[in-house]
Ligand binder design. Structure first.
Ligand code: SIN
Length: 533
């Protein structure tokens, strides 16, 4: 089937509908027209599924210095201190804005004005604001409700961005995208384009992420020549519900360990004291590696998480969503232990941005998990990501004000107008490649890497990428094919970055280089030249 090309113009183009994209849309809509495009429905985002919460200094017992310190320790020497300081110090104001919009974080009790703060791994204080165990859902609900009231925000659901459009001066002018239902190709032209469509957990066989997390933003930016940073640092969440069937894993929030849950082996013995004095509340990379190592030694499929020390009333009140999901699976967590495994969870790296949210491409910004701002370093501190999303939304908003008054950049649309785009509606033609990429990433680019595994990944990914790119040269698009092309690019970026890093640090562990080098630097890659500083 061939299709027609339509064009849409707006001051701002925001791709992605998680906390970062929606917060930005609300802010910038005061100053200009906004097109917000999202691949499925507006609530289909990693934010919607986020359980834990937003880390922020809101109590007298806590301090900015301690939050900064915990973030830096978790990031193992690769955090940009200035960026961390700004994020932590600007946090309370951004939280206040969310509350003013209507977000209801859990309070100590019905009459109290004091927040009930959660503890998570790597935090020295209780500082995680949450809404029960469905925090992301509450934040999205409120942001979407507010967005829908704004007349100058046009929401395009079921629109899959294909690639960025750069003009002859390498200035970003927007994207072209596929309308999933009609098969139309739309050109979204904008003065400012913002990539905020999350991470890429779907690159891995097992992930806590939703199906939409196929690294679209990072892959598009990479193909356009933007600098991409620290892709080797993929954070694995230690405790996802063990599910022998599906690749999508249900998260058992770190807050469960924060409330006293203990990790145990099948024989009932605890093991975390062998790996860290912080035991269950050590930073995530340490806990995930500890579980992975126990599973390998014992050739077992899962370990257990035990929260049965807490009363049933407490568990149901604090973790209603986790309780009922486990109950559906036949596990009453107030008395049964929960079988858990690590799964790919968060990309600490992404599109390199500066403190204003600008990428290395003119008129292109990036936000949220898609971006690498320097605040996460080699391993993100739990619940810092939604904080980063709202802080950088404000930063992009402020920086963008000077641009919206300008004219649209010149764009050469001839090549698009002359092209006949072929739409391929068969969704299962690539199933083999999907499976192959996800399995290769899991086996060779997972929690524990080695030179041999990286070499294997290099060979496999090279062959698969050639095949997929050949298919794309025929300009034949389907949502499934667009996503597949993106995950192969992401897998390649992780592989290149992991090969460049000749040490083990944070979320990157290579058994052939088990030590930490003293001069830590970011890994910056660019499609035009691979460089490592
Ligand atoms: C969790 O609830 O454990 C996830 C929180 C996060 O990834 O920050």
């Amino acid at each position: 089937m061939t299709t027609t090309i339509k064009s849409v113009r707006s001051d701002y183009l925001i791709i992605g509908s998680g906390i970062a994209g929606l917060s930005l849309a609300l802010k910038v809509s005061k100053n200009g027209s906004v097109s917000l495009i999202t691949k499925r429905k507006i609530f289909d985002s990693a934010t919607w599924r986020a359980q834990g919460g937003v880390a922020c200094v809101v109590s007298e017992a806590d301090s900015f210095e301690e939050h900064i310190h915990d973030t830096m320790v978790s990031g193992v020497g690769l955090c940009n201190k200035r960026m961390v300081e700004r994020m932590v110090r600007e946090g309370p104001q951004r939280i206040k804005e969310l509350i003013e919009l209507g977000v209801e974080f859990s309070k100590k009790n019905y009459l109290s004005s004091e927040f009930e703060l959660a503890l998570e791994g790597g935090h020295s204080k209780r500082r995680v604001l949450h809404a029960g165990d469905i925090t992301g859902n509450e934040i999205e609900r409120v942001l979407i409700r507010n967005i829908k009231k704004r007349e100058n925000i046009a929401i395009y659901e079921d629109h899959t961005a294909i690639d960025l459009i750069l003009n002859d001066d390498k200035v970003c002018c927007g994207v072209y995208s596929l309308s999933n239902d009609s098969g139309d190709i739309k050109i979204f032209e904008a003065k400012l384009t913002v990539l905020a469509c999350g991470g890429a957990g779907m690159v891995y066989l097992y992930t806590s992420n939703p199906g939409v997390s196929t690294g679209d933003a990072i892959a598009m930016a990479y193909r356009a020549g933007a600098d991409i940073a620290n892709m080797e640092f993929v954070q694995f969440h230690p405790t996802c519900l063990y599910n022998s069937g599906s690749g999508l894993s249900f998260l058992i929030s770190e807050a469960v360990r924060g409330e006293g849950a203990i990790l145990k082996l099948k024989n009932g013995k605890t093991f975390m004291d062998k790996y860290s004095p912080l035991r269950e509340l050590a930073p995530r990379d340490i806990v995930a590696r500890a579980i992975d190592s126990e599973l390998r030694i014992r050739k077992e499929n899962f370990v257990y998480l035990d929260i049965s020390v807490k009363s049933k009333n407490f568990i149901i009140k604090r973790f209603p969503n986790i309780y009922s999901k486990c109950f559906e699976c036949g596990i009453d967590i107030s008395k049964d232990m929960i079988p858990v495994v690590p799964a790919a969870h968060f990309f600490c790296g992404g599109i390199a941005i500066d403190e204003r949210g600008r990428t290395s491409i003119e008129n292109l910004y990036a936000l949220g998990e898609a971006a690498c701002s320097g605040v996460h370093g080699a391993n993100r501190l739990a619940s810092n990501s939604m904080l980063e999303g709202i802080v950088y939304a404000e930063r992009v908003y402020r920086d963008s004000l000077q641009f919206v008054k300008k004219e649209y950049s010149k764009i050469n649309l001839r090549s698009f107008k002359n092209a006949d785009f072929l739409i391929n509606s068969e969704s299962d033609v690539f199933m083999h490649e999907w499976e192959e990429i996800r399995r290769t990433s899991w086996n060779c680019l997972g929690i524990s890497r080695s030179n041999e595994k990286l070499l294997k990944a290099q060979k496999k990914i090279g062959i698969l990428k050639d095949e997929i790119e050949q298919y794309f040269k025929k300009a034949s698009f389907s949502v499934n094919g667009i996503e597949l092309r993106n995950i192969i690019f992401i897998s390649e970026m992780i592989m290149i970055s992991a090969i460049c890093r000749k040490e083990s640090r944070g979320a990157h562990f290579n058994i052939d280089y088990p030590f930490i080098l003293s001069d830590a630097k970011d890994t910056i890659i660019n499609i035009n030249k691979v460089k490592h500083f």
